[in-house]
Design a protein around this ligand. Sequence first.
Ligand code: PEP
Ligand code: MG
Length: 591
Amino acid sequence: MREPEREGERIFRGIPVSPGVSRGKILVYSKSNDCIPSYLVPEGELSQEMQRLEKALVQTRQQILDVQHKVEEGMGAADASIFDAHLLVLEDRTLIDEVTRLMHEQKLNVEQAFYQVAEKYAATLSTIDDEYLRERASDMRDVTARVLSSLLNRPHESDLRHLREPCIVISADLSPSTTALLDKKMVLGFATDTGSKTSHTAIMARSLQIPAIVGLRNVSGQLATGSYALLDGYNGYLIINPTDQTLFEYGQLVRKHVNLEEKLRQLQHEPAVTLDGARIVLSANVEQASDTEAVKECGAEGVGLFRTEYLFINRDTLSSEEEQYQAYRSVAAALKPHPVVIRTLDLGGDKFLSHLQLPQEMNPFLGWRAIRFCLQEKEIFRDQLRAVLRASVEGNIKLMYPMISCLDELNKANALVEEYKAELRAENVPFNESLEIGIMIEIPSAALIADTLAKRVKFFSIGTNDLIQYSLAVDRLNEKIAHLYEPTHPAILNLIKMTVDAAHRNGIWVGVCGEMAGDPAMVPLLLGLGVDELSASPSAVPEIKFLIRRLKLTEAKALAEFALQCESGQEILTRSQELVRQVAPSLSERK
Ligand code: PEP
Ligand code: MG
């Protein structure tokens, strides 16, 4: 779609992660820490720099007092008292004296001096083996971000939740938790310097249906709030000052989409069945209980992956058994008789609970994540398992464990389920005695022992997002190596094949709930490899159904056969894209 830049226009290209085209003013929310200005200040101007710091400290203090006041009104004094620690950071004379010394000794500007000193304190605190002191590191970083926002006149994270006018947000990065709080009516789209297609920030953007581009490298450092932009979430272009010609071309593209969407909507109540009669179960991935409407509207047959982490994120307390029970029950009730696969908590990696203050890890994706965390934090796991069991009398709930790497983890998790079932029986609390339990296959070791695991579960769901990152040793968040993150790598297709064959040998079904399932170019391959279910973001479901209904399973099988003996991931991808273009050309027309 894009041609060379036109006069006045500036075009940035990144990784498209959430479809849609939006236009509006940009808001540069945060720039990376590399972009904190660093310059020498003449001796005579140092006192002015000090005044700027004093002013920023006063402003930040007022902001924190305002937030504290709101929290006290909404949640009570105990929750509001956490901000006392933030206020103390602002009054820390040692910190401020050290900033002043650094400014005088090195003639450094105040932002850089404040950042360097505060970061040194935070880094030291975060390595101390004492929970209380580690918590102070995060207070320190939070307050530092506020002070820097004030010095640099940039919005702070909390401002993003209270935008006054619609805009396109530009940021160095956005965490999944911040993304989850974005107001769809105000955030027309977002673009970040870092990130990749399978980061949870990207997944959340798709779930919220906010057009988004990631991996734009240093875009946030080059743009200023207030410029006018067009964001193309289909192809990954951020266009600043688009010309009339560009706006006209995009108008046509959007019209094509409206037509395609209308065509897709007509399939809402139709089954996902291939031209030669193979029935595929097409489900949706959800992040919050409120996503059930989107599941129904997109025409999915239930939920193949409920990422329960978001019930825990962006709050100051854990989600109780009762709260979780209500959430699971309501989703199951709204979607019955369709299944709802509830995945147990997958914290860690790029999803954290700020209030738990877990120690920072060198390799969080290889660390204390998901089932590893739950098997040690038994109180948290108990609340969740009891909530799922209790909710299982309503609708068609299934339970799924993430990140299983060995049989022992599966056995331990199952033993806990049995223990909580016994508790509920003793309490006369009803639950579904034959609740089906499955696991995610997202670690290569699990795919390699799939036969052993298949004998003990009722289903597999392949988490390709992690399976790819762990098999190819490619961090799923890192845009610099995104070219190596290759779903059609022969190793990945072989692992999927092994998993599918093991599942079928043992008489259980196997789905895919990673982002591969929502990518039209991957669908023929997955069907050809024998996958029974696909679970994708609700925004991807209509086009996946459209495609399945235009494919023949025999064609998909021939493609998979070719792929399994082909040595080049690129060649496999090209063949698969050709097949999709041939059977469903309208899906390719948005480029
Ligand atoms: C996966 O890894 O493919 C998956 C579906 O889980 P998540 O993206 O939440 O890690
Ligand atoms: Mg995963």
